[in-house]
Design a protein around this ligand. Structure first.
Ligand code: SAM
Length: 225
């Protein structure tokens, strides 16, 4: 990358941060985390110049790195605190995980494609992020050996809320997940586990995500991937 292009990216990032503030993403910790993580490192080589455009882009295996605004919105809604243990389902490029790692004590992340998981692992190590633990598997059933979690974020769309994820959430914990069909829009939801174990819900907006393919998501045989 040339010095000129990195200056352009830096400017685009600062503009993007201003746009986020305008859109109501005001938590200083979230904006700082976004500022610290170079999205260009997670982008496909041909698209690095578009790192701070609000677009989802291909990362291989038919998957995408999510739009940066949606990453910011989901991170903001998750209200991560420094002592938190966070579970992410759908590591993908590792960009969302890198941001969560700047906010939380430890981030556990599950990806169903080993090629993507390996790429993310390598990239996060290159960025000296040491509080990330990744694994390959079906995240729709969560990570029972590491539960409970203070926060859970799912970056793929599920037809319904996976019950194991609610069970693996601490009391007082938050789960952010897109719910809806594979085609078309889904509803980005935040679930809250109350002291008595009941679940509150809050609608964050309409989104479009690739499907959560697994036992508690879209059944693998319903999708030839
Ligand atoms: N968080 C990612 C990032 O920052 O680049 C974007 C994730 S992409 C929109 C959704 C990811 O979820 C894909 O990489 C996909 O392979 C993964 N995925 C889908 N179903 C899954 C499952 N059951 N378990 C784990 N990962 C899954």
């Amino acid at each position: 990358m040339t010095a000129g292009s990195s200056t352009n990216l830096e400017r685009a990032k600062l503009r993007f941060i201003e746009d986020l503030k305008e859109a109501g993403i005001t938590a200083r910790s979230v904006l700082e985390a976004i500022k610290k993580v170079p999205r260009e490192a997670f982008m496909p080589p041909a698209f690095k110049a578009a790192s701070y455009e609000n677009r989802a882009l291909p990362i291989g295996e038919g998957q995408t790195i999510s739009q940066p605004y949606i990453v910011a919105l989901m991170t903001h809604a998750l209200d991560v605190q420094p002592a938190h243990k966070v579970l992410e389902i759908g590591t993908g490029s590792g960009y969302q995980a890198a941001i969560l790692c700047k906010l939380a004590r430890r981030v556990y992340s599950i990806e169903r494609f080993s090629s993507l998981a390996a790429g993310a692992d390598k990239l996060l190590a290159t960025l000296n992020i040491t509080n990330f633990v990744g694994k390959v598997g079906d995240g729709s059933v969560g990570w029972p050996e590491q539960a409970p979690f203070d926060r859970i974020i799912v970056t793929a769309a599920s037809p319904k809320v996976p019950q194991p994820l609610l069970e693996q959430l601490k009391v007082g914990g938050l789960l952010v997940i897109p719910i809806g069909p594979q085609e078309g829009e889904q509803r980005l939801m935040r679930y809250y586990k109350r002291n008595d174990g009941t679940i509150g819900e809050y609608f964050l907006g309409n989104v479009r995500f690739v499907p959560l393919v697994g036992k508690e998501g879209l059944k693998p045989d319903a999708k030839s991937a």
